[in-house]
Design a protein. Structure first.
Length: 227
């Protein structure tokens, strides 16, 4: 099928697009939403401006859509974006893994537009899925944390099998979702099999709010390097 990928720059949406490409689907467009609301129910916001750099690496046309990120109203922005290209695509791919709120709304939009909604990671085992990403050469950094006991040491941490071990323990003891589906953290992909070159973070700033127990890695400068 001809697909548009809703891409946040993070691990789930990127890996979902990768799985669809492996299955022979063609990714015609990458769509990202620039939300004014950092607490949007639908959109990932940290370093979202860097999706355009990922799209350049992939050689796929990128559509960037501004949105106020207001609950429910932001769905109109998604529908308008997809409607504008619906004649050119057969469906979309998203990184939904467990959020019924997000998936049900995307599915309803696709149904109205007469296109398919693909979510290759939906309801897959979280630990196995994250380990598969690592094994398949996805380089992932945690760029936001927003749920104790995740602390400032997690901000900017590269996701390795050791990190997955830690997340399994945190899931058992504190209910932290291993794929961060509850919004506990956000990620950014700097390398994967689809990239001809690797993204290197050259300059970044770690910001930590001790009162809110919230942290973010603002990526200020990147460069592309050979693998």
């Amino acid at each position: 099928m001809r697909l548009a990928a809703l891409l946040s720059g993070g691990k789930d949406s990127m890996y979902s697009m990768y799985k669809c490409m492996q299955e022979g689907h063609e990714i015609r467009y990458i769509i990202s939403f620039i939300s004014e609301n950092p607490d949007s129910y639908m959109f990932h916001t940290p370093n979202i401006d860097l999706v355009k750099e990922q799209a350049k690496l992939l050689g796929i046309k990128h559509i960037e859509i501004p949105t106020k990120g207001e609950k429910e109203k932001e769905l109109d922005d998604i529908e308008a974006a997809l409607k504008s290209i619906a004649i050119e695509i057969d469906g979309i791919v998203t990184g939904a893994t467990a959020s019924t709120y997000q998936k049900s709304r995307i599915d309803a939009i696709c149904e109205r537009l007469g296109i398919k909604s693909l979510a290759p990671l939906w309801q897959l085992p979280p630990e196995e899925t994250l380990r598969n990403m690592i094994n398949e050469k996805f380089e992932i950094f945690i760029v936001t944390v927003a749920a104790p006991p995740l602390d400032q040491e997690w901000v900017g941490r590269k996701v390795t099998h050791e990190v997955v071990d830690d997340l399994v323990k945190l899931n058992k003891n504190h209910g932290i979702h291993i794929l961060f589906e509850g919004g506990e953290a956000e990620s950014f992909v700097t390398d994967c099999p689809m990239f001809p070159k690797k993204i290197k973070i050259v300059e970044s700033e770690k910001v930590w709010n001790n009162k809110l127990k919230h942290g973010i890695l603002n990526i200020k400068k990147i460069k592309l390097i050979e693998k």
